[in-house]
Design a protein around this ligand. Structure first.
Ligand code: PMT
Length: 409
């Protein structure tokens, strides 16, 4: 998902020959779903016209404190609160000097001084001006204020100030902002909360394997992604999670220390683990794709090919969900999944009742991007009283919706 989607960006443009490149920056930002408000210095307008910029951003360009001679004025304070980020590109030596020293003699500098959001600066000037100790000192000062300098030539956030003065290419500047917001999203996702602190949640995930002989089994396509996303989400909110999972890829890893993982192979093993754990849990979310049948017997040696047909007799596996539904005590919650291919809603309603779930999460293999192995899912949450459809989302986002519903109960 694009990290710039919906982001509000104040773009400051100053009087440099590189000002024309700000059009390319705007175009890319808008293409990626950002909203751009241009603030331009008087010198900037000598290099690029406000008409071009307002056509690209679909917003009037801000340059003067007073828009008209009618007493109305542009509020730099409002802009400072509105923005998710301020980018000054190109930033001349003069603007950099004013920013470093608080010389608030134009709308761009006052906006900068009122800015509550992070500020990125892409310097643009000739080599001698860039290398001059005063410019270098001003850049260092701006960095020490927490501003990010986009260093010419690398396209990455500056760790040192040597550079050639030429403004970084527009696509690299946009990439810097994208990287910044995706790191921010990542940090947000991994930030622990405590809305579920003190709660214990059992989660089942992945497939089960039912052995035919030492080399073959009956299984299904579950990857464990949905169940792991649920475990991570509950743990992120502070719950102690017992994650009982069938055989999943070694790449499936949990993200939080408050997840205790119990690996099992068959439905019978999953049943034993869940029955033991559930009495001490506040909730359980049963996301595993449990095999309903297992071979009646497991051959001790590899079954050889004889040329004849082969019949494997299957016996029913325990229904873990139905058993937990029977064990459920007051104050405990039980959430199930329904994976359907037809008559989705009525099948899910029947499972909700039969297994004594508090709500059931329906996903259908008819929906593209939903179900097994995908990174996305499309669900409907059904309770005895109502249902809510959700759009296609990443499994991490789907997990949030499910855990929100669990917390509402
Ligand atoms: O792992 P992924 O690749 O990310 O895929 C996710 C998923 C598609 C497996 C998941 O979203 C999902 O739908 N899980 C439930 C799959 C399933 O077995 O559905 P079901 O309709 O057959 O079972 C109904 C409910 O009873 C489920 O909560 C299931 O865990 C439970 N059950 C089923 C059979 C059984 N013997 N014991 C059970 O507890």
């Amino acid at each position: 998902m694009d990290s710039l989607q919906g982001k509000k960006i104040v773009l400051g443009i100053t009087g440099s020959i590189a000002a024309y490149k700000s059009c390319l920056i705007i175009r890319q930002l808008i293409k990626k779903g950002a909203e751009v408000q241009v603030v331009i210095t008087p010198a900037g307008k000598e290099f690029i016209t406000p008409i071009t910029l307002s056509a690209l951003t679909s917003k009037p360009v801000i340059s003067e404190f007073f828009a008209q001679r009618d007493g109305t004025w542009h509020s730099h304070v409002d802009l400072g609160l509105w923005a998710d980020v301020m980018l000054i590109a190109p930033a001349t030596a003069s603007t950099i000097g004013k920013m470093a020293n608080g010389v608030a003699d134009n709308m761009l500098i006052t906006t900068y001084l009122s800015m509550k959001a992070p500020v990125f600066i892409a310097p643009a000037m000739d080599l001698d001006m860039y290398a001059h100790p005063s410019t270098q000192q001003n850049l260092k000062t701006l960095q020490s204020y927490g501003n990010h300098i986009i260093e010419p030539g690398t396209g990455f956030l500056a760790s040192k100030l040597e550079g050639k003065g030429r403004m970084e290419e527009p696509e690299n500047i946009v990439a810097c902002l994208e990287q910044f917001f995706s790191q921010q999203n990542c940090a947000k996702e991994n930030t622990q909360q405590d809305s579920m602190k003190g709660k214990k949640v059992l989660i089942t995930a992945g497939p089960t394997y039912e052995k035919i002989d030492p080399v073959r089994f009956i299984g299904n396509y579950s990857s464990g992604k949905m169940g792991f996303a649920l475990a991570n989400e509950c743990a992120r909110r502070g719950a102690q999670v017992e994650l009982v999972c069938g055989p999943v890829s070694a790449l499936m890893q949990t993200k939080f220390p408050n997840i205790h993982r119990i690996d099992v192979e068959s439905a019978q093993e999953m049943f034993v683990a869940c029955k033991e754990l559930y009495p001490s849990m506040d909730s359980a979310i049963l996301c595993a794709a449990v095999a309903d049948f297992a071979p009646e017997t497991t051959a001790e040696q590899k079954i050889k090919r004889t040329g004849d047909d082969m019949i494997i007799r299957l016996k029913p596996n325990p229904d873990i969900a139905a058993s937990l539904g029977q064990m459920k005590k007051q104050g405990q919650t039980l959430v199930g999944f329904a994976l359907e291919t037809n008559d989705e809603e009525s099948n899910a309603q029947a499972k909700l009742k039969k297994k004594n779930f508090d709500f059931i999460v329906l996903n259908s293999l008819k929906d593209e991007g939903a179900g097994f192995r995908t990174d996305t899912n499309k669900i409907t949450i059904i309770t005895a009283a109502n249902k809510k459809d959700y759009p296609l989302k990443t499994k991490e986002e789907v997990a949030k919706d499910i855990v929100d519903e669990l917390e509402r109960l």
